[in-house]
Write a protein that binds this ligand. Structure first.
Ligand code: NAP
Length: 288
């Protein structure tokens, strides 16, 4: 924990509920390691209080904040400037005061990309299959477009929600080659997929035996593919176990969690935090 001083700059994560947030743990550990005079706290803010909270943050000189469920969309109209990537995703998770106004961006996209960027892959010849069409899937679609994937397929269970998802990207510069499909098309889509992402909560603790892919579907995974689960507890998930058994490269949600937090911290402080420290404190907290 940072030693608080008269000059300590305050950072926060806002959401409702917020008590489960792991951000204070990893942010404070990395800030302390760099010897930076900042403190990062979790604040529960009800939706109706969001505008007054932002006014209050300005009044007390809050340096910056993360935004989590359910405020990631609602905060957008309250900001003076929103990055292109956050506009495309339709959600903001990182906010800072530029001296004049609140500015927002979405670091979930860079967080998701963190373990993928160092890989030597020709993404322009690859297909992504994203399981789920919720909030996190939106960041993954934007990330796939930034990587330059040839095709991005979002697979869901509800035709209307899938159609709405596709429509919401219609005018976006990050639309890319986006398609949607029902789960019944997985047998066709999976064998040619170079990146398969679980953005559903299926497999999350306590339903740790569940996977978004049946055993027969998992057997269709290309061993050269990357399987990426946004879930970080348990580790590995059933989905990542299936993929590892096929020989796929696997990444879990801890990489995205650490990545989005590290990019946010660098925006606020101008210093790159030690991601290994962030990973270590999270693993210690989650798995002992
Ligand atoms: P969300 O907005 O609620 O979306 C969940 C998606 O999963 C929806 O498309 C939903 O389908 C689908 N789904 C839920 N249960 C299903 C089931 N039984 N069968 C088939 N589909 C199902 O949630 P989210 O914010 O996108 O988060 C999704 C996952 O990503 C969660 O596990 C979350 O913890 C994780 N996540 C991780 C990070 C990270 O930093 N690692 C960041 C964000 C999210 P319908 O639309 O049909 O209901």
């Amino acid at each position: 924990m940072t030693n608080l001083t008269g000059k300590t700059r305050l950072l926060a994560v806002i959401g409702d509920p917020i008590g489960h947030s792991l951000s204070p743990l990893m942010q404070n550990a990395a800030l302390a390691e760099l010897g930076l005079d900042y403190a990062y706290v979790a604040l529960r803010i009800a939706g109706a209080d969001l505008p007054v909270a932002l006014d209050g943050f300005r009044a007390i000189g809050l340096y910056g904040f993360n935004v989590t469920i359910p405020h990631k969309q609602a905060v957008l109209p309250l900001l003076g400037q929103v990055s292109a990537v956050a506009e495309a995703v339709g959600a903001v998770n990182t906010v800072w005061w530029d001296g004049d106004r609140w500015c927002g961006t979405n670091t979930d996209v860079e967080g998701f990309l963190s373990p993928l960027r160092p890989l030597a892959r020709d993404w322009s010849r690859q297909r992504a299959v994203i399981l789920g069409n919720g909030g996190a899937a939106r960041a993954v679609v934007a990330a796939c477009q930034m990587l330059g994937l040839a095709e991005t397929w979002v697979v869901g269970r509800d035709p209307e929600r899938l159609a709405a998802f596709e429509r919401s990207f219609a005018d976006s510069p990050l639309r890319g080659n986006l398609h949607t499909a029902l789960g019944s098309e997985l047998e066709r889509l999976l064998p040619e997929a170079g990146l398969v992402v679980n953005s559903t909560p299926i497999g999350m603790s306590p339903q740790t035996d569940a996977s978004p892919l049946s055993e027969a579907q998992a057997a269709l995974l290309d061993p050269a593919a990357i399987a990426y689960d946004l879930i970080y507890v348990p580790s590995p998930t059933r989905f990542l176990q299936q993929a590892a058994a096929r020989g796929c490269t696997t990444f879990d949600g801890l990489e995205m969690l650490v990545g989005q937090g590290a990019v946010a911290q660098e925006i606020w402080t101008g210093r790159a935090p030690n991601r290994e420290t962030m990973r270590r404190v999270l693993r210690q907290h989650l798995f002992g």
